[in-house]
Design a protein around this ligand. Structure first.
Ligand code: SF4
Length: 450
């Protein structure tokens, strides 16, 4: 390799982290479409220029600059940033200045590989001499996605609150779409409506996000839900309910999952996907849990200075989780007054579910603990089938699949693993149709029983 192209650890230290976003363009990769757009609206309300990058258009570039061993979301997002740069350079020519951008790629700690995406992408960007000055802004689950250093100190608290609010509102909009689309009066109405609704909510976050005027945002949400409700054709009977769990990027990124929710709907399902807020709450819960373990350990060792510090951390995270769940309830309750949308699982409750039969432990971390417990909850709530959507070779989702299959057999609830890697599998549609046939049978049996 040419000497100038060799990446160094220095670059990982200097160019990946928390950087001041003021006077920069913040580049956001898409995961769930509505969520990222509402987040961009929130950034804008705090005076930060945020751009949601096109997605999946640069997959060829993503594949060119990865070896094939990386997780699929890493390939997709690598392609997204390279495609954006290519387009931006084409648009601006010599005026293109990489220093003006911060590419946003959060991370989570191990044991899985999400913590490595931004490091790997740094190495890729560094192979282009002109992109060495484009910083990668990273938030980490290690400190529950703290924003320190990215905004003025006095604004970070308000931004966290507004951003969290946008995450839950986006979850509710997604759930609204999945609730109305299988029952729409005419094909395409729900999609057209949700696009319009998303733009209305972006404007609401731009206008009221920074001032934390959540009541105004909820008024807008109420109007959106009222309009959405009118799309349902009441003569269409309820359909089998399918719960989706899995890896957060794949199950929420429509292109990567080849729009599996729509395909399930095509074969007769009403789908509910696990939420994004569940993951955000989980990171706070997990930090609180760690502080609790540290506290007990230092008490046993009589290390009183550490006791004080762990106690402070624990209380801080407990308060944060309390705030998050309070806001989440507020938004879901508002929606529930207007339409029957499924509520979200509480992370503390999910840990209790796992503990009942000693199925798995939160000590292992990753999404497996949320997915396994989430599936048990779907079964208890009477869902007619569950789909586990994940990137091919994803470690937590493979664990989920191994642990949950015997349980699904015991409960006689249909279950489908749906791994994706960007290729089209000829048997996939047949597998979904067979799964939906089983879900229909489960639905009929249970309707008859009740
Ligand atoms: S959750 Fe799965 S896809 Fe995501 S980083 Fe971990 S192993 Fe990779």
């Amino acid at each position: 390799m040419e000497k100038g192209k060799i990446a160094t650890f220095q670059s990982l230290r200097d160019n990946v982290g928390q950087f001041d976003l003021r006077n920069k363009k913040c580049l956001l990769p898409q995961m769930n479409r509505i969520g990222v757009h509402l987040l961009a609206g929130t950034f804008e309300s705090f005076g930060i220029d945020a751009i949601v990058m096109d997605t999946y258009r640069g997959l060829d570039l993503g594949k060119e600059f990865t070896s094939g061993k990386e997780c699929f979301p890493c390939q997709v997002t690598t392609g997204d940033i390279l495609h954006f740069v290519q387009k931006e350079k084409g648009r601006l020519g010599d005026q293109f200045d990489p220093r003006k951008y911060v590419y946003f790629m959060p991370e989570a700690e191990g044991p899985c590989r999400f913590g490595m995406y931004n490091k790997y992408q740094r190495i890729v960007l560094d192979t282009f001499p002109e992109l060495r000055h484009m910083k990668i802004g990273s938030l980490t689950s290690q400190n529950s996605y703290s924003l320190e250093g990215m905004l003025e100190k006095e604004k970070t608290g308000a931004f966290r609150k507004a951003a969290y609010f946008s995450v839950v509102v986006a979850d509710v909009l997604d759930r609204l779409l999945w609730r109305i689309r299988p029952y729409e009066k005419a094909a395409g109405m729900a999609d057209e409506f949700i696009e319009k609704a998303m733009h209305a909510m972006i404007q609401a976050f731009k206008a009221y996000g920074a001032d934390l005027k959540f009541d105004k945002i909820l008024d807008e949400l109420e109007a959106v839900i009222e309009e959405g409700k009118s799309i349902i054709d009441p003569s269409i009977p309820r359909k089998p309910r399918i719960g989706v769990v899995g890896e957060i990027y794949l199950r929420t990124h429509v292109e990567s999952s080849q729009d599996i929710i729509r395909i399930l709907e095509r074969y007769g399902a009403e789908v509910v996907n696990a939420s994004i807020a569940e993951w955000v709450n989980y990171t706070t819960y997990d930090r609180m849990r760690e502080a609790n373990i540290g506290l007990r350990f230092s008490l046993r060792q009589l290390r009183f200075n550490e006791v004080k510090s762990y106690l402070k951390k624990m209380l801080g995270y407990r308060l944060e989780l309390f705030y998050q769940e309070m806001r989440q309830n507020q938004i879901y309750n508002k929606a529930a007054d207007l339409i029957d949308l499924p509520s979200d699982h509480r992370v503390g409750h999910l840990e209790d579910v796992l503990a009942e039969d000693n199925l798995f432990s939160f000590d292992v971390g990753t999404e497996a603990c949320l997915s396994i417990a989430g599936i048990i909850e779907y079964i208890r709530e009477g869902y007619n089938g569950v789909v586990n959507v994940y990137p091919f070779t994803c470690m937590p989702s493979t664990i989920t699949s191994a642990v949950i299959k015997p349980i699904m057999n015991r409960f006689k609830v249909p279950f489908l693993d749906a791994p994706y890697d960007g290729t089209y599998q000829p048997g996939r549609t047949a597998a979904i149709r067979t799964f939906m046939y089983q879900a229909q049978q489960h639905f009929k049996r249970n309707v008859q029983k009740s």
